[in-house]
Design a protein. Sequence first.
Length: 446
Amino acid sequence: MKRRDVLRILPAAAGGLAVAGVAGASPARAGSRPAVPLPADLSWWRDARLGMFVHWGPVSLRGTEIGWSRGREVPVEEYDALYRRFDPSFFDARDWARLAKDAGMGYLVLTTKHHDGFCLWPSGLTDYDIATTPFRRDVVRELADACRDQGIVFCAYHSICDWRHPDYPLGSPGGKTRKPAPDMDRYTAYLKGQLAELLQSYGPLGILWFDGEWEEPWTEERGEDLYRYCRSLQPSVIVNNRVAKGRQDMAGTTAAGAFGGDYDTPEQRVGRFQPDRPWESCITLCEQWAWKPDDAMKTLDECVRTLVTCAGGDGNLLLNVGPMPTGEIEARQADRLREIGSWLKTHGEAVYATRGGPFLPGEWGTSTHRERSVYLHVLRWPAQGPLVLPALERRIVAASVVGGGRAEATQSAAGTVVRVAPENRRPIDTVLRLDLDGPAGTLAPR
Ligand code: FHN
């Protein structure tokens, strides 16, 4: 399936997000809190496989990490005053949305508010927002509209912790500083009020990407309540597992028995093969989440390998860029994203709208499947001889190299043997399509 087919799904998803109902409730835990509703449909998101993550705010003026450099590399008073100088006059949301499309991305997640508390939209609940900067323009509105014009589903990252807000107890990572008179109930009402602004004024949103849940003031109960609240405002919005307390560190999986929202969130790594619960790896294109001058940037090889190993694990990749204080995405980062898009133009059928497996990831590479086809992403050929994979119950009726080229596949009870002449192998990832005599989805992982 070419990306354009997925986009055919996505605009409908983007438009339909407001109407989808709720598929039902998650199984209530015996004697526990009431069941929480599950989203109607994650398929637009799983089919998209690749999204753009954007970490941006006045901190880009300093080129240090958003949130985390407040009170570290940048004194708190200076950090909290940066907004007075924030005037990204070259910001053009259409450029960002077009770049996401050219990169083969189906959705975009913007930091509406990070841990530093600054809001990229004119909130009625605080003055610490874009309206009080020299720039004044509503970044969230412009980007939401530009995304919809490009068929990109617009989504919001929103931090639960807020190291600046007087009602949130902690004033810095790990609670080294504490607010004098915090009030978590009042802060939670503020949090909900801002989410209502985002969902009702900028929605329908594809995803609410929560973060900053790990600190002591936030609880499982508040998380489940917030999930219900968001779902009540927009039944179709997808909510990640960082809404509550179940996330297990950077592995991003949800602890047994904990509430995990709609999907898991591995960070700065590719998630494990996990076909029974949706997941998405969030990974930076450079090293820092927010813009940093001369930051090290991943090669195209690293980006493609990361994307296909996410897909092979049955997960998504949310690839992050940090725009500059001018409002532009750095040219070299934009070029890298376009290179990814160019690779996907040829190989997208082996990524978009696929599921992971049936061959489990290994040193050799990984596999995806859709309909009656299994795709092999061969990232490393055996030093000698053919690639030998486990046997398949279905008969292979054809084998080919995606993008052109001959491939040979022979089967026996002992296994599946794949041969591709060196001249038909591709740099980074040789993608093979094995056409089967029946649906690939019925094949168990092996
Ligand atoms: O502290 C944040 C960090 O700044 C960034 O937003 C990442 C993205 O997932 N999440 C937190 C670190 O786990």
